[in-house]
Design a binder for this molecule. Structure first.
Ligand SMILES: Nc1ncnc2c1ncn2[C@@H]1O[C@H](COP(=O)(O)OP(=O)(O)O)[C@@H](O)[C@H]1O
Ligand SMILES: [Mg+2]
Length: 289
């Protein structure tokens, strides 16, 4: 008995010293703005820096992370629920040892259908939260209920918009909603498909200004990624654009974003007091702070 108690104590002490992964939720108002390409290449960029990264494709019903890499996953999140698998059994490996979990088809049905699935998923996440440096969720467009839970629980949310007014106004609606759900949420703006530095910076500035003026919030700018034909070619070739050509405009702009993101002072300050998994559980049982 004593031996067992000691082992348990050792185990708990071990956990205390291990850092929980930083969780990043990628979302947008409008669809097709480049979330999946950003989430995947951002993840690969972090992995290139020897970070342990896991990417979850949670774009319910429209998952395509595996397609963007030209990989055929053996198991998906749908298999996890249907076959009661553990999360570790469905984790696949991509470039630079990036771990990923594919969405599979019919995921939205599963999530909508049964809250137990969500609870199961959260419990599985608890296990992996300490094995990675970064957990990235590709959440898809709009604000479905589960998306909001992930967004509110994550250490930070990256809201992606293009420079088109329709995309910007939809992004603003998402920001407004998330701030109203959690006042101190850490939101980061990412402008995708900027045709020039001027356009990228102006879009960031305008949106930042509107958020300040109407929501009284200081939103962070993660940066902008260039509109680049090589991204379209990379999607067609099913190769992540960062790997296809690391010198392309899109790759260079993304690399600059990753480099500044990894600077120790950039976002670590915003780390909330509760762990991600605890937060997710609390939100799910509606004990929202
Ligand atoms: N930086 C970019 N430059 C040019 N085209 C892009 C860029 N980012 C995305 N695209 C185009 O937009 C399409 C949708 O991107 P995707 O990442 O699948 O969007 P989402 O996940 O938001 O639906 C891509 O297939 C590609 O053709
Ligand atoms: Mg997508």
């Amino acid at each position: 008995m004593n031996d067992q108690a000691q082992r348990l104590r050792d185990l708990l002490n071990q956990k205390k010293n291990v850092k929980e992964a930083r969780t990043i939720a990628v979302l947008s108002g409008k669809g097709g703005v480049g979330k999946s390409n950003f989430a995947l290449n951002f993840g690969i960029g972090l992995a290139k820096h020897q970070k342990k990264v896991i990417l979850f494709d949670l774009d319910f019903g429209m998952g395509n992370i595996d397609v963007l890499m030209g990989l055929a996953p053996k198991k998906t999140i749908v298999n996890m629920f249907n076959e009661s698998l553990s999360l570790s059994e469905i984790i696949e490996t991509g470039p630079y040892s990036l771990s990923y979990v594919a969405a599979g088809s019919g995921l939205s049905d599963l999530f909508e259908m049964n809250d137990l699935h969500f609870e199961y998923f959260v419990n599985q996440l608890r296990e992996v939260a300490y094995q990675y440096d970064y957990i990235i969720f590709d959440l898809g467009a709009g604000l479905q209920r589960q998306h909001v839970h992930f967004a509110l629980a994550a250490h930070e949310c990256v809201v992606v918009t293009t420079t088109e007014p329709t995309s910007i106004t939809d992004a603003y609606s998402v920001l407004k909603h998330l701030y109203s759900e959690r006042e101190n949420i850490s939101l980061q703006l990412l402008v995708n498909r900027a045709v020039s530095e001027k356009e990228g910076k102006q879009t960031l500035q305008r949106l930042t200004k509107v958020v300040k003026q109407f929501l009284s919030k200081d939103i962070n700018s993660l940066g902008f990624v260039y509109d680049d034909r090589s991204v379209i070619d990379a999607v067609k070739e099913q190769t992540p654009f960062l790997l296809k050509n690391e010198k392309s405009l899109a790759s260079r702009s993304l690399t600059a974003i990753i480099d500044s993101y990894l600077e120790p002072t950039s976002t670590e300050m915003n780390r909330p007091s509760h762990s991600f998994v605890t937060k997710l559980k609390m939100l799910f049982s509606r004990k929202v702070e």
